[in-house]
Ligand binder design. Structure first.
Ligand code: PAF
Length: 284
């Protein structure tokens, strides 16, 4: 596996692949790889001849009071893990290369970004769509794979690709979970032992809501939200950012629960660790 750090190098290598008829799968990441990232890399490998993984902790998608400075980081460890799953190129640019003095472009998607995580983290999705647009132009992928844990991010990226005519197929990969049910996330590494039960309340709450929806076909949105809220707030460490039932494509709040309804949650553990989880309510 080759590790490169500049746009010029990665673009030249990507062009070289394309010129010889090889397809490219991109997995954009912020590093500190876990099994969820590795599953995205394997998926990219199933769908393209060459896999490029970008590793960049993107400062412009973090708010002033967020965890940019503490975001876990170990390039050597990540290189080893990526190499083991057959990644061809790891692209780890530095901040000065991505955002040189004078950088002044923002890619903004209206509508889809206003609620949920966009409501709690103003400017977050502008940072995501700006960096992902740059990564697409730098790595020239045919396919890009994103995790469904960041469900709103995935919807926003699909909109970005449609609106700006990026000739890239976007693949969503199902959430990868620990045996305990906890959705894998780099931020899980912040959890202390005594915070684990609180963290597990997200997947437990989803399981309770799904069970209730299975038992009562005409369950209401309010009933689902109450079930989930009760399970989560049983843990004093938990603070709810949002618990919503939304349409899986438009992300608009659902009036009734149907086969397109997604339960989406963002919960802060001890005001420090923001965890996301989601699931379709009816079905798997
Ligand atoms: O999901 C992430 O890790 C980041 O938001 C992404 C897509 C790599 C952009 O920085």
């Amino acid at each position: 596996m080759k590790v490169v750090s500049t746009a010029v190098e990665i673009q030249a290598l990507a062009r070289g692949y394309r010129d010889t008829g090889l397809t490219i799968g991109l997995v954009p990441t912020m590093g500190w790889f876990h099994q969820g990232h590795l599953a995205l890399m394997k998926e990219a490998g199933n769908r393209a001849d060459k896999v490029i993984v970008s590793l960049f902790v993107n400062p412009i998608q973090f708010g002033p009071d967020e965890d940019l400075d503490n975001y876990p980081h170990d390039l050597e460890r990540d290189c080893k893990l990526a190499e083991e799953v057959g990644v061809d190129l790891l692209y780890a640019p530095n901040k000065e290369f991505m955002y040189p003095d004078g950088f002044s472009t923002t890619v903004h998607i209206a509508g889809l970004t206003s609620g949920l995580c966009g409501g709690d983290r103003p400017g977050h999705f502008d940072g995501v769509t700006t960096v992902v647009s740059k990564l697409f132009n730098q790595t020239l992928p045919h396919v890009a794979v994103f995790g469904e844990k960041d469900f709103q991010q995935l919807a926003v990226i699909r909109q970005l690709v449609r609106d700006l005519d990026f000739p890239i197929e976007i693949i969503g990969h199902p959430i990868v979970r620990e045996k305990s049910g906890l959705a894998m996330s780099s931020r899980n590494s912040y959890l202390k032992k005594d915070e684990m039960n609180a963290a597990l309340s997200l997947s437990k709450a989803i399981a309770c809501a799904k069970r209730a929806a299975g038992e009562k076909q005409d369950i209401s949105v309010q009933e689902i939200r109450k079930i989930v809220t009760d399970v989560i707030l049983a843990h004093p460490e938990c603070g709810i950012d949002y618990i919503e039932v939304v349409d899986k494509t438009t992300l608009q709040n659902c009036e009734v629960v149907n086969s397109d309804s997604m339960l989406v949650l963002a919960v802060k553990i001890n005001k420090r660790i923001r965890l996301l989880d989601n699931s379709i309510i009816q079905g798997n």
